[in-house]
Design a protein. Structure first.
Length: 60
């Protein structure tokens, strides 16, 4: 099962800027997003980690 990845407008703008200015990094980000879409919430380190300094999500 593939998970749907939704990028916030700010993240999408950042990613488009990376694509334009640093294609090698953009490719790595895209590979990480593809892996996240494949594995969903069970994806672990080193691609994902806890969310720090969030006012909404404290124990992820």
């Amino acid at each position: 099962m593939a998970w749907e990845i939704t990028l916030y407008a700010e993240v999408n703008a950042w990613f488009l800027d990376v694509c334009k200015n640093d294609p090698a990094t953009a490719e790595k980000v895209e590979e990480a997003l593809d892996e996240l879409a494949l594995q969903g919430p069970k994806l672990g380190r080193p691609l994902v980690d806890r969310i720090h300094h969030s006012r909404v999500l404290h124990n992820l």
